[in-house]
Design a protein around this ligand. Structure first.
Ligand SMILES: Nc1ncnc2c1ncn2[C@@H]1O[C@H](COP(=O)(O)OP(=O)(O)OP(=O)(O)O)[C@@H](O)[C@H]1O
Ligand SMILES: [Mg+2]
Length: 494
C-alpha cells in the first residue's frame, strides 16, 4: 500500500500511509486508539474506498476494491469486532455465499458438514461443524473466523486485535495456528495493543500516529519501550500509579458463595480497596462478577453488600446498591450498535434514576463531556453512532457509562480491552483516584503487570475456586502464574 489517504466528513484519518508485507511474515500494525489502523485495513479489504494511493497485492494492482474482490484476490479480514452469524451453524458460516447447491436448489448439507470437519481437522481446531455459532466461546469464534479465511483461500490474513477477549491458553492456540500457517507461506497483519504479544509473534512492524506513518522496521531492532514511545510521542511513561491508602469498612463480602462456574468463594473487600483477580480458562472470575452484579443466579452461600445480604439477586438490585460493572466482551455485552455515542453513554445512569423519565440532552451532554475529557475520548461528535468510533474509544465510552452511575463498587472485567498503552496508564491513574475517593474496585485481568501497577491484593482463581490471595508485596508475575496453574498447592484451601 503506498500513499494511502482517507478522510471522514472532512477529517483526515490517514495521510499518505505506506505499508508493505512480505510472504510468510507476521507484520504488526501499531498505534494509539484512533491512529487509523482499522481504517487502513478496511481500505485493504475493500470495506472503505481510499481517497488516494495505490494497493498492489501479489504483483497485481487492486482498483475499486470491494469486500468481494479483495476476498477473491486472497485477502481475509478477521475484524476487531467479530463478524460471524450467531444464529447460523458453524458449517453455514463457513459456506456462506459459497453454498453447495444440488439440482432443484437443495443444499448439500452433509457434504458441507463433511468438508467443514475436514477443514477443522487440517487446522487442528476442535469445533463441531453442526454447532450453533452462538454456542461457541470467543476463542472458538476467533478460530472459526481464521478457518473461514483459509477456506476462502486467503494468502494474507488481517487479525485486528484478535486476543482482546482471549485468555493465555487460547492465545497460545491462536499463535500456534498463526505459526503453522506462516510456515506454509501465509502472511498476517496483526493489530494489538499488547506489546508482549507483538514481540512474541511479529517479524516486522509499522507504527501509525494520527494517521501518519511514523516508522517501519524489524521487530528484532527495537524493544517494547521504544515502540511505545513511537506510538504515543515522547511523553510515554510506564510507572506504577500505586499509592498506599487508608482502607475503610468491609463493603463486599461473600461467604461460601457458589454460582455457575465458581464454588465456595470467601472474600472480604474494604472500602477504597483495589483488588485484582486473575486466573486461566474456566477460572470462574467473570461468572463471579456477573453473579455479584445480579446477571447470574446465586446457587448457595451468601453475598453481602454494605453489610446487607442480597437475596434473589438482580441487576436492578445491584445497581440500586451502587454497583456498576464493565463486562468482558465489548461487542456482545456492552455496545448498543444502533445508538449514538451519547445514548450509549447515558443508558445505565438513566435507567437508574427513574425520577427523570425524560432525557434532558443538554444535561447528559454536559456529563458526557466531563468524562470525555477525563478519559480522552476521541470522537467528532457525541451524536455520532458508537460504531464510527475506533475500538479503543468505544471501550472508553463504556467506561464512562459506568463511571457516570457514580457507583461505590466497580466490577471491571477486562476493562482495558483494546485500549492503547498510553491510555491504559491514564486509566490505571483514574482507578487509583477513584480508590482514593473511597470507591472499591474489583478488576479481572489476564495481564498481571496491570495488577502489579495498581492493586492492593491479588486473588488468583483456579478451576472456579480461590487458589491464593496475595498481598501487594507478594504480587509477582511468576508467583501469580504458579498459583493460576495450580503448580503449587492452594494456600487458601490447604
Ligand atoms: N465510519 C467512520 N465514520 C467516521 N469516522 C470514522 C469511521 N471509521 C473510523 N473513523 C475515525 O477514524 C479514526 C481512526 O479510526 P480507526 O478505527 O482506524 O482507529 P484504530 O487505529 O483502529 O484505533 P483502535 O486502536 O482504538 O481500534 C478515528 O478518529 C475514528 O473515529
Ligand atoms: Mg481499531
Amino acid at each position: 500500500m503506498t500513499g494511502i489517504s482517507k478522510s471522514f466528513f472532512g477529517v483526515k484519518v490517514l495521510d499518505h500511509v505506506d505499508l508493505s508485507v512480505r510472504p510468510g511474515e507476521v507484520h504488526a500494525l501499531l498505534g494509539e486508539n484512533g491512529a487509523g489502523k482499522s481504517t487502513l485495513m478496511n481500505i485493504l479489504a475493500g470495506v472503505y474506498h481510499r481517497d488516494a494511493g495505490q494497493v498492489v497485492f501479489q504483483g497485481k494492482p487492486l482498483e475499486n476494491t470491494t469486500v468481494h474482490s479483495s476476498e477473491e484476490a486472497g485477502i481475509a479480514f478477521v475484524h476487531q469486532e467479530l463478524n460471524l452469524f450467531n444464529d447460523l451453524r458453524v458449517y453455514e458460516n463457513v459456506f456462506l455465499r459459497k453454498e453447495i447447491v444440488r439440482p432443484f436448489g437443495v443444499l448439500a448439507k452433509k457434504e458441507m458438514i463433511r468438508r467443514t470437519r475436514e477443514l477443522m481437522r487440517q487446522l487442528g481446531v476442535d469445533i463441531n461443524p453442526s454447532d450453533m455459532v452462538s454456542e461457541l466461546d470467543t476463542s472458538k469464534k476467533q478460530q472459526l473466523e481464521i478457518a473461514k479465511a483459509l477456506f476462502a483461500k486467503a494468502e494474507l490474513i488481517i487479525l485486528d486485535e484478535p486476543t482482546t477477549s482471549l485468555n493465555s491458553d487460547e492465545i497460545d492456540i491462536l499463535f500456534g495456528l498463526v505459526d503453522r500457517l506462516k510456515a506454509q507461506g501465509k502472511s498476517f497483519i496483526f493489530i494489538s495493543h499488547k506489546m508482549q504479544e507483538v514481540f512474541r509473534i511479529a517479524d516486522r512492524f509499522t507504527v501509525l500516529r494520527n494517521g501518519q506513518l511514523i516508522h517501519t522496521g524489524d521487530i528484532r531492532d527495537v524493544d517494547p519501550t521504544q515502540v511505545a514511545r513511537m506510538m504515543v510521542g515522547s511523553q510515554y511513561t510506564d510507572q506504577s500509579v500505586y499509592e498506599a491508602r487508608e482502607l475503610g469498612e468491609v463493603v463486599l463480602e461473600t461467604r461460601r458463595l457458589s454460582g455457575e462456574g465458581f464454588h465456595e468463594v470467601d472474600l472480604s473487600i474494604r472500602r477504597g480497596e483495589i483488588v485484582g483477580f486473575t486466573g486461566l480458562k474456566g477460572a470462574g472470575i467473570s461468572e463471579l462478577f456477573a453473579t455479584i452484579f445480579g446477571v447470574l443466579p446465586i446457587k448457595s452461600g451468601q453475598l453481602l453488600l454494605f453489610g446487607q445480604e442480597m437475596k434473589g439477586n438482580s441487576v436492578r438490585q445491584a445497581m440500586r446498591s451502587r454497583l456498576s460493572m464493565i463486562a468482558a466482551n465489548r461487542k456482545e455485552n456492552s455496545i448498543i450498535p444502533d445508538f449514538s455515542l451519547l445514548e450509549n453513554f447515558y443508558v445505565s445512569e438513566h435507567r437508574l434514576s427513574s425520577k427523570r423519565p425524560l432525557i434532558a440532552v443538554k444535561g447528559e451532554l454536559r456529563r458526557y463531556k466531563t468524562h470525555r475529557d477525563a478519559l480522552s475520548i476521541r470522537a467528532n461528535s457525541a451524536f455520532d453512532m458508537i460504531t464510527s468510533l475506533s475500538g479503543g474509544n468505544q471501550q472508553k465510552v463504556i467506561l464512562a457509562r459506568w463511571l457516570n452511575t457514580q457507583a461505590d463498587i466497580l466490577l471491571l472485567d477486562n476493562p482495558t480491552q483494546g485500549i492503547d498503552v498510553g491510555s491504559k496508564a491514564e486509566i490505571y491513574g483514574l482507578i487509583q483516584q477513584l480508590a482514593l475517593s473511597g470507591k472499591t474496585i474489583l478488576v479481572n485481568t489476564l495481564e498481571i503487570p496491570e495488577i502489579m501497577k495498581m492493586a492492593d491484593r491479588c486473588v488468583v482463581f483456579y478451576h472456579g475456586r480461590v487458589h491464593s490471595i496475595l498481598q501487594r508485596d507478594e504480587i509477582a508475575e511468576e508467583r501469580v502464574m504458579i498459583a493460576a496453574t495450580n503448580a503449587i498447592k492452594s494456600e487458601v484451601h490447604a
